[in-house]
Design a protein around this ligand. Structure first.
Ligand code: GLU
Length: 501
């Protein structure tokens, strides 16, 4: 590619950073990095009524979390700033003047009521709603009168009544639109702010954008943009419209399908590397099979020829699976650090606030036990709560009968518990392997299968039926806690007496 690549991500700060929107950012970033070009962030804040406080920060946080850095834009500046459209109004005003001057745009004085009436009348006779162009043909005299009235006006683009306009889309191929199906759209509102259509063209031109890569929903706006480019005598950039992101039911991804804000994913414990890898596959592929890829592999290979035209399905299960893959690959120390805030939050929620700050040494021994098993950082509490609780519950309903394994009765469980207690209390070293050996010998001595004996022990010390390897768990829990829990299990079972099933 000969030309110098400059691409932009142009979010409107109207809410939480949506997955689809951030996917656009990611694809632009990848394209820029692949071609050694620049990636810009431009904030499209001209729709004053829809601005949401904090939205810009949230969007930038989303980018930073995913390690998508920008060469020009908010916080970093750059030679083509300012990068907030609300600070560039003069440029749009000038462009609108040029368009009026060369007959490509005109002032429209029609009131809201009039437009509403027009719309009603059009729908009444089954015609497509749209501005009928009445202010386009005002005589100079009429125009002067209206001007003198001092009432508000908008500026509209004078759309050609016939012909077609087309463009080669880098993803969709050649696309063409009929001019007479598009009305004279507003380019400048009565509050002096441009509409998206004008601002986007002026800025993409002024910022020397080479490729506009954006979501497919903007494809229908492209002919309007092309007309503005032509009318201003600007060379349009190249366009590529990225496929829609769909829910599993093939409807456009929405809240109905689950979380749509990238920050929600961060907060439920997805890793940015996994999220980013997953999003890359929402519309792009390296080949027919590779799913897990480093960022560098994607940068090295990213091109538009492998961006699909059809919608990309957002598959939560695949995302969770991928997150698990990345979690397993992590250095356990990093995983301990990343999961600590999730654990701390849950300790607080469960009345164990006195255990915060977390004993890092203890936590770093627990984390390797669950690393293979978790898919989400936020799962740590359900997986490790029993390492922190003073009193544990026995799954499923805290009935001590859970201690009684198949083929055993209360008495044999009590014997198993008491023999285990002796062994655990007197073990010369409290370590996984020697403990396993001596406890196996206890099981043999009692004529119990490992399944029965370790089942009793597992329930007594964790309350769970499924845990990480039992003896590693016992070693990490430590002698005091384990001995206390085994004694407590015997106590609870005897107290329940004949009441157990
Ligand atoms: N401000 C538009 C948005 O929020 C940008 C569309 C475009 O990239 O041209 O998606």
């Amino acid at each position: 590619m000969a030309e110098h690549v400059r691409v932009r991500y142009a979010p409107s700060p109207t809410g939480e950073p949506h997955i689809g929107n951030i996917r656009t950012a990611l694809f632009n970033w990848l394209f820029a990095r692949h071609h050694g070009g620049e990636f810009l962030v431009r904030i499209e804040d001209t729709d004053q009524e829809r601005l949401v406080p904090g939205a810009v920060e949230a969007i930038l946080d989303g980018l930073k979390w995913l390690d998508i850095d920008w060469d020009e834009g908010p916080e970093v500046g750059g030679p083509y700033g300012p990068y907030f459209q609300s600070e560039r109004l003069e440029l749009y005003r000038k462009a609108a003047e040029i368009l009026i001057g060369n007959g490509s745009a005109y002032r429209c004085y029609c009131s809201r009521e009039l437009l509403e009436q027009m719309r009603k009348e059009q729908t009444g006779r089954n015609a497509a709603p749209g501005y009928d162009g009445r202010c386009r043909t005002l005589t100079t005299e009429e125009r002067n009168d209206l001007e003198a009235g001092g009432g508000p006006y908008v500026i509209r683009f004078a759309m050609p009544d016939s012909g077609v306009i087309g463009v080669h889309d880098e993803i969709h191929g050649y696309v063409e639109w009929q001019n007479d199906l598009m009305d004279d759209f507003v380019i400048m509102k009565s509050d002096g702010f441009p509409t998206y259509h004008l601002a986007v063209v002026v800025d993409d031109h002024e910022m020397k954008i080479s490729h506009v890569l954006r979501a497919e929903e903007w494809l229908p706006s492209t002919p309007r943009h092309l007309h503005i480019y032509n009318a201003l005598g600007y060379q349009p950039p190249k366009f590529g419209h990225l496929p829609m992101i769909l829910g599993p039911d093939r409807d456009k991804l929405s809240k109905r399908h689950g979380a749509t804000s990238i920050l929600e994913y961060r907060d439920t414990g997805y890793l940015p590397q996994a999220m980013s890898n997953f999003m890359v596959l929402l519309g792009w592929s390296l080949d027919d099979k590779t799913e897990v890829m480093t960022r560098q592999t994607v940068v090295d290979n990213f091109d538009l020829s492998r961006v699909s035209r059809s919608g990309a399905i957002f598959d939560q299960e695949k995302l969770a699976w991928m997150n698990g893959v990345y979690i397993r690959e992590m250095d356990p120390k990093d995983l301990a650090n990343l999961t600590a805030p999730f654990l701390a939050g849950e300790l607080e929620n469960n009345g164990l606030g006195e255990k915060v700050p977390i004993d890092q040494d203890y936590w770093s021994k627990i984390v390797p036990l669950i690393q293979e098993r978790i898919k989400l950082l936020s799962e740590v509490w359900e997986r490790t709560g029993y390492f922190f609780q003073d009193e544990i519950d026995y799954e499923p309903d805290d009935d001590p009968a859970a201690l009684i394994q198949k083929g055993m009765d209360e008495e044999s469980v009590l014997t198993a518990l008491s023999k285990s207690l002796d062994c655990l209390a007197s073990a010369p070293v409290f370590q996984n392997q020697p403990l396993e050996e001596s406890l196996r010998a206890v099981a043999d001595g009692l004529g119990l299968t490992p399944r029965q004996f370790f089942g009793v022990l597992r329930t007594a010390v964790t309350g769970r039926t499924a845990t990480p390897p039992l003896f590693e768990t016992i070693e990490v829990l430590g002698r005091d806690l384990v001995v206390r829990r085994v004694a407590r299990a015997a106590e609870r079972l005897s107290a329940a007496g004949g009441n157990v099933k």
